[in-house]
Design a protein around this ligand. Structure first.
Ligand code: BT5
Length: 251
């Protein structure tokens, strides 16, 4: 059965982090609340990193309450990245997915996604998917300009935050229903892989205490990246533990 999502958008001028505010609201709210901020004081990246959040770009978080196994929750990062990539490509933004949580244009990052889960015993209480998208030039600090850009700067496409969020939610809702039906990415992985910048490329895998080079082949139905090692053996890597870089640059 396909049920329509009840998206409710709540906008703020300034927050520490849209993920944090949504986390605080999550126990009392139903699935579908979207918290949006003009700017963030303490925008969060993964593993304690920061997300630069000057005014002009899109910073928003979705509240989801999937009744799935906890193991499926991290796949929502991939569902969100895929959905945003599909929407942006329909707007002539030539972006690709950098596994697991970035979108890039011409090798530079335009979007980052941070998914956080809270548990109620062994069940999922909430999954918060936080998304930052660089829309306009002049919002990235100079030290990040080698690895990051904005949609307008990279493609000359101007999108407002409102149209981006609306378009994204429409695409996400469709893919979220597919994900909920299968509790994995089996129906999305082939199209996902066609948008994956890493596909067929040599990547450096940065695991805690271990770094190696391998060729990325694409994701499997669990959202893990399949890589081919130098000796020809295949291995799957799980996003929670690692980062992946290009061998020469960011992708
Ligand atoms: C991410 O982390 O890419 C996840 C970013 C999620 C941000 C959203 S905004 C709404 C919601 N509320 C939050 O508090 N967070 C979410 P990670 O893969 O760890 O990448 C972080 C790295 O990206 C930093 O260390 C910088 O190198 C780079 N970076 C920081 N700000 C950036 C920006 N605005 N654009 C592009 N790259 C950036």
């Amino acid at each position: 059965m396909v049920t329509k999502m009840d998206w409710r958008i709540r906008e703020f001028q300034e927050l520490d982090s849209t993920n944090q505010t949504l986390q605080e609201l999550s126990a009392k709210e139903k699935e579908g609340l979207v918290v949006v901020a003009d700017r963030q004081r303490l925008g969060r990246g993964r593993r304690g990193r920061t997300w630069e959040s000057q005014e002009g770009n899109a910073y928003f978080s979705l509240l989801l309450k999937p009744q799935t196994d906890t193991k499926a929750a991290p796949m929502l990062t991939l569902v969100a990245a895929y959905s945003l990539a599909k929407y942006l490509r329909s707007k002539m933004v030539d972006c690709e997915i950098k596994w697991p949580n970035d979108l890039v244009v011409n090798g530079k990052k335009i979007c980052g996604i941070l998914t956080e889960m809270t548990l109620d015993g062994s069940r999922i209480a909430a999954v918060i998917v936080g998304i930052g998208v660089n829309l306009v030039p002049g919002t990235i600090p100079p030290e990040l300009c080698d690895v990051a850009t904005s949609i307008e700067e990279a493609c000359g496409v101007r999108l407002t935050r409102q149209e981006l969020i609306r378009g994204f939610l429409e695409e996400f809702e469709r893919n979220y229903q597919i994900f909920l039906r299968t509790e994995n990415l089996q129906e999305l992985s082939a199209d996902y892989n066609s948008l994956l910048v890493n596909c067929g490329r040599e990547v450096r895998v940065l695991e805690p205490g271990n770094e190696y080079q391998a060729k990325a082949l694409g994701i499997n139905e669990n959202g893990e990246l399949i890589v081919c090692m130098e000796d020809g053996t295949q291995k799957t890597i799980y996003a929670g533990e690692v980062s992946v870089r290009g061998c020469l640059g960011y992708v």
